[in-house]
Design a binder for this molecule. Structure first.
Ligand code: AMP
Ligand code: ZN
Length: 118
């Protein structure tokens, strides 16, 4: 559990973040470089690099993360839709190698490209 990646450090409170939600398993915080009017990240506190690093042993944790997305999106004012994105590995243009779910939205529809975040 003593991983030194930046999101582990955010989860431990060693690096500040603009928190959206926290419990014993997960943390949600606003992206430092938002790609939409509302852009936050949901992470497990447990260090997993990405979905390659996950399997069915992580079913409950992954289900919890996705299961919280709608509630947190609503609490952030996204009551007319939102987008979730998980970037995995080099081809997926992952920059931070601690699994995270991007949640994006705003008052107007996002860009239509599926290749990037909006
Ligand atoms: P990805 O390309 O999916 O790995 O995206 C990583 C995301 O983490 C990017 O959108 C960054 O803006 C965001 N990010 C990096 N460092 C921080 C930080 N300290 N606090 C909040 N978001 C961050
Ligand atoms: Zn980590």
């Amino acid at each position: 559990m003593s991983h030194d990646c930046i999101f582990c450090r955010i989860a431990r409170g060693e690096i500040p973040s603009r928190k959206v939600y926290e419990d014993e398993d997960m943390l949600a915080f606003h992206d430092i470089n938002p790609s939409a009017p509302v852009h936050f990240l949901m992470i497990p506190k447990q260090h997993l690099e990405n979905l390659y690093d996950a399997d069915l042993r992580h079913q409950a944790l992954l289900g919890k993360l996705l299961g919280m997305a709608g509630q947190l999106a609503r609490e952030q004012g996204l009551d007319d839709g939102f987008r979730v994105i998980v970037n995995n590995g080099r081809v997926g243009r992952q920059e931070v190698y601690h699994l995270h779910i991007h949640v994006l939205g705003g008052p107007e529809p996002l860009g239509s490209s599926a290749s990037r975040r909006q």
